[in-house]
Design a protein around this ligand. Sequence first.
Ligand SMILES: Nc1ncnc2c1ncn2[C@@H]1O[C@H](COP(=O)(O)OP(=O)(O)OP(=O)(O)O)[C@@H](O)[C@H]1O
Length: 253
Amino acid sequence: MQNTPSELGLIARAVGLGKRYGTGQGAVVALDDVSIGLRRGEFTAIMGPSGSGKSTLMHLMAGLDTPTSGRVWLGDTDITELGDSALTVLRRRRIGFVFQAFNLVPTLDVRGNILLPFELDGRKPAVAEQAWIDELIDTLGLRARLGHRPHELSGGQQQRVAIARALATRPDLVFADEPTGNLDSRTGREVLGLLAAASSRSGQAIAMVTHDPIAASHADRILFLADGRIVRDQGRSSAEEISSFMLQMEAAA
Ligand SMILES: Nc1ncnc2c1ncn2[C@@H]1O[C@H](COP(=O)(O)OP(=O)(O)OP(=O)(O)O)[C@@H](O)[C@H]1O
C-alpha cells in the first residue's frame, strides 16, 4: 500500500498536476505533469520566468483553482474531491495566504485584520497564540499602527499586515506571492527571517514565489519552473548560484 502524505512528512502533495486554459488552437498549457511534495518545516522558493506557471501551481495547491489533470492533497485530504464549503473550511484552518489579490478588509483596522482568521473560525487566540501575534506585530513594526485602517497605510505596511495575518494562526502551510516585492531591503530581510523562523521553529511549510535571487537564498529549497514544468529542484543556494542558474535558463529559452 502507498504511504499517505503525512507518513512521508508532507504537508501538501501534488501528483501529475496539469492545467490547460482554453481549448483548441488557442489553448495554453500553464502546468504540465507537475509532481511535488511540500515538507513540514521546509521553506521553499518557487522561481521561473514570467508565464512559467508559478502562480498557477500555487493556486492549484491551495485549492483556489481546479486542475485539468492530477491530484492535490492537503495533509491526507485529497482536495480535488472536496466540495466548495469543505474546501473553504480546510483552507481557512490550514493555509495562510500572502497574495496581492487577498486584500485586507478596508473597514477593519490593523488589529482586526490580523485577528480575522480567528474571528472567521469563531474563536479568540489562546495565550501562546497571542504571544506569537505580539512577536509578529513587533517584528513587522506594526505596533504603532494597530488602530489604523488599510487606506491609512503605505503599500509596504499593508503587505506586512497581510504577512502577520497569514502567520497568526500558524497554519500548516503558507503560500506567499512575492512577499518582499513592496518592501525596503531591511524590512524584506526581516520578513524572510520571519518566514524562515515559521518553518524552522513551528514546522510550517512555506512556499514563496519570488523573482529575487536574494529572497530565494533564504529558502531551504528552490524549485525552478519553465513552460509549466519543474526543471530543477535544489537545496539551499547562494544568491549568486541562483542568479547564474536563472541566466542559464534564460539563455536556453
Ligand atoms: N485565466 C487564464 N486564462 C488563460 N491563460 C492563463 C490564465 N491564467 C494564466 N494563464 C496562462 O498560463 C501561463 C502561466 O501563468 P502563471 O500566472 O501561472 O505564470 P507565472 O509564472 O506566475 O508568471 P508571472 O511571473 O508573470 O506572474 C501563462 O502563459 C498565462 O498567460
